[in-house]
Design a protein around this ligand. Structure first.
Ligand SMILES: [Zn+2]
Length: 168
């Protein structure tokens, strides 16, 4: 709870609006039969540069197509890399180690997430389709040479709705 209050103080109304858009994308992914994760990359003024829902199931997708990795990869293909420094990844759940790596390598400067990895792990349990890492993204970023700002968890109860009943 203390973490959530601290996170809320670091985010703006625009941040919350974009985070709720990422949560809506998670619900849309679920409605398409994908895993309930959504993400988008926005410029500092709130312009959305890329959006993606989870697409981790073959044959349409593959297990590396997490929403966050797909969104930052699409953003990196659509705008000059130096502009990503001021961009933010908004995601319905904390980025896993793979996606945190993708944020780092694309140079996106900030991450705002809803569900914590810990809360997600409680929702997914040991479901073989999502054996969630118990590894906060801040720990991944801390090992890098470039700083990434992280804000979260935020509005976890709202983000949890898309997961309820999904992982049983
Ligand atoms: Zn991931």
């Amino acid at each position: 709870m203390t973490d959530t209050i601290a996170a809320a103080e670091q985010c703006t109304a625009q941040d919350l609006e974009l985070l709720r858009r990422a949560i809506a994308i998670a619900q849309e992914a679920k409605d398409r039969g994908r895993h309930p994760f959504g993400a988008l990359v926005a410029a500092a003024d709130g312009t959305i540069l890329a959006e993606a829902g989870n697409n981790s199931m073959p044959p349409e997708g593959d297990p590396t197509q997490h929403a966050e990795l797909s969104a930052v990869a699409a953003a990196a293909r659509s705008v000059p890399l130096e502009e990503l420094r001021d961009a933010t990844l908004f995601t319905s759940a904390e980025p896993c180690a793979m996606c945190a790596g993708a944020v780092y390598w694309t140079g996106v400067g900030r991450v705002v997430y809803a569900l914590s990895e810990e809360r997600l792990l409680r929702l997914t349990g040991d479901n073989p389709e999502n054996p969630t890492f118990a590894l906060p993204c801040r720990e991944v970023f801390a090992r890098g040479q470039r700083h990434v700002d992280v804000v979260g968890p935020l509005v976890e109860d709202e983000a949890a709705l898309a997961h309820e009943g999904f992982w049983r």
